[in-house]
Design a protein around this ligand. Structure first.
Ligand code: KG4
Ligand code: ZN
Length: 346
C-alpha cells in the first residue's frame, strides 16, 4: 500500500510517500519513496508567526508534491494528513490540500495525530525498523509538548504526566531569545553548551530543577526560564557566559526529563521508552537518557536527529497503520484540532 503523508502543523511543510506491507508487528515492512520538507525561517520573530507560516505552507505544498511525484508518479492508495495538535491556520492548509488531492485522485483520507507520528518515528532506526514491545513509555518533547504517555498498544494511550506551563522546546527557544540566538533556539543552545563542556566552562549560578523531587510525572519549565531571565538581567553576555548558561540550562532540562522518565518506568513497568519531538534531537538529552535507561535495563528508542523534528514521513507511518485498519475519515469532514489529544479517537 502506498501512503502519501502531509504535515503542516507548525513551521515545517512536509510531503512524503511510503510503500508498506504487514501489520503493526514483526511482518511490517516499509520503504520511503520520497520525504520532502521545507523548513521555514522565523528567526526575525523569535517564534512561529502563524500568518507567515500559513502562507509558506500554501506556497510549498504543491512544490513539495511535485518533487514527490517526480520520484514516484503512481497515485497513492491513501492520503494521511495532520489534523492536530498544532497551529490551526497551519493545519488547515494541509487539510485543504489533502481534500483537493483526495477528490482529484479519488483516494481515501486518514486524519493523523502529529504526536502519534512523533512516537512512531522512534521505531525508524538507521538499520531498519525497531518493534515496540508493549507497554511502551513515550516521552514527547517538542516546541508545544512535554508529556509522558503510556502506550498500551497501537492506538491505546494513557497520559501519565505533562508540563504545567511551558514545553521544554519552548523553554529552549525562549532562553535562546534572551541570549540573542534566533529561532529555533534548541540547536544553538545545544552547540554553546557543548562548547562549554569541551572547554570546561562552569556556570556561576545553579538553575532550579523544577518539580524534580515531586512524586508525579509532571514537568514545569517556566521557572527555569525565569531564573535565566533574572541572571541575564538585560545585560549583553560575553560568549563564555552564554556557553556556561546554555550548559547549565541544558543540564537542568536533561536532569528533570531523565528523572521523571525513570519515575514513570518504575510506575508503569514499561521496558521500552520511545522518545519523540524536536527536542529529542538534543545530543546531551539523548546521552543522559541513554545512560539512565541502560542502568535500569530499559530499551531506548529515539529517532535519528534528522527525523526528530517535524517531517511528513512521521505522518505517512500512522497513516498506513490506520489505513490498514480502514480507519478513514470523510475528507469533507476533516477539521483542524489545535489541542488534539492521543487518548481521544479521531
Ligand atoms: O517537533 P518539533 O519539530 O515541532 C513541534 O511539534 O513543536 O519541535 C521543535 C522544537 C523547537 O522548540 C526547537 O527549539 C527544538 O524542538 N529543538 C531542539 C533541538 N532541535 C530542535 N531542542 C534542543 N536541542 C536540539 N538540538
Ligand atoms: Zn512536532
Amino acid at each position: 500500500m502506498k501512503v502519501l503523508g502531509i504535515e503542516t502543523s507548525a513551521d515545517d511543510t512536509g510531503v512524503a510517500l511510503i510503500e508498506s506491507e504487514g501489520s503493526f508487528g514483526a511482518d511490517f515492512r516499509f520503504s520511503v519513496l520520497a520525504n520532502e520538507i521545507n523548513s521555514q525561517q522565523h528567526s526575525g520573530y523569535g517564534g512561529i508567526f502563524p500568518n507567515h507560516a500559513k502562507n509558506e505552507h500554501k506556497k510549498h505544498l504543491p512544490l513539495l508534491l511535485e518533487k514527490v511525484l517526480a520520484k514516484n508518479s503512481e497515485i497513492p492508495d491513501a492520503i494521511a494528513v495532520t489534523v492536530g495538535p498544532g497551529i490551526e491556520p497551519c493545519l488547515w492548509t494541509g487539510i485543504t490540500f489533502a481534500q483537493e488531492l483526495s477528490k482529484k485522485w479519488n483516494v481515501p483520507v486518514v486524519a493523523a495525530n502529529h504526536m502519534e507520528g512523533h512516537i512512531l518515528m522512534s521505531m525508524v532506526q538507521e538499520n531498519g525498523f525497531a518493534l515496540f514491545e508493549f507497554p511502551v513509555l513515550a516521552l514527547l518533547i517538542s516546541g508545544g509538548h512535554t508529556e509522558l504517555i503510556l502506550m498500551k498498544n497501537f492506538g491505546q494511550y494513557e497520559y501519565l504526566g505533562r508540563t504545567r506551563d511551558d514545553a521544554v522546546g519552548e523553554a529552549f527557544d525562549k532562553v535562546a531569545r534572551m541570549l540573542d540566538l534566533g529561532y529555533p533556539g534548541g540547536p544553538a543552545i545545544s552547540q554553546l553548551a557543548a562548547q562549554a563542556r569541551t572547554n570546561n566552562i562552569q556556570c556561576p549560578i545553579q538553575l532550579p530543577r523544577p518539580m524534580l523531587h515531586e512524586d508525579n510525572f509532571d514537568f514545569s519549565f517556566s521557572g527555569l526560564k525565569t531564573a535565566v531571565l533574572r541572571f541575564v538581567d538585560n545585560r549583553t553576555l560575553s560568549e563564555p557566559e552564554k556557553m556556561a548558561l546554555a550548559r547549565e540550562f541544558e543540564d537542568a532540562a536533561a536532569e528533570v526529563l531523565t528523572a521523571k522518565t525513570l519515575r514513570a518506568i518504575e510506575h508503569s513497568g514499561a521496558n521500552t521508552v520511545a522518545v519523540g519531538g524536536g527536542v529529542s534531537a538534543n545530543r546531551h538529552i539523548r546521552a543522559q537518557l541513554g545512560e539512565a535507561l541502560t542502568a535500569v535495563g530499559c530499551k531506548l528508542l529515539i529517532p535519528a536527529p534528522q527525523f526528530a523534528t517535524d517531517n511528513a514521513l512521521m505522518i505517512a507511518l500512522p497513516g498506513y497503520f490506520h489505513a490498514q485498519k480502514e480507519e478513514f475519515t470523510n475528507a469533507d469532514a476533516l477539521v483542524a484540532q489545535g489541542t488534539l489529544r492521543l487518548d481521544k479517537s479521531l
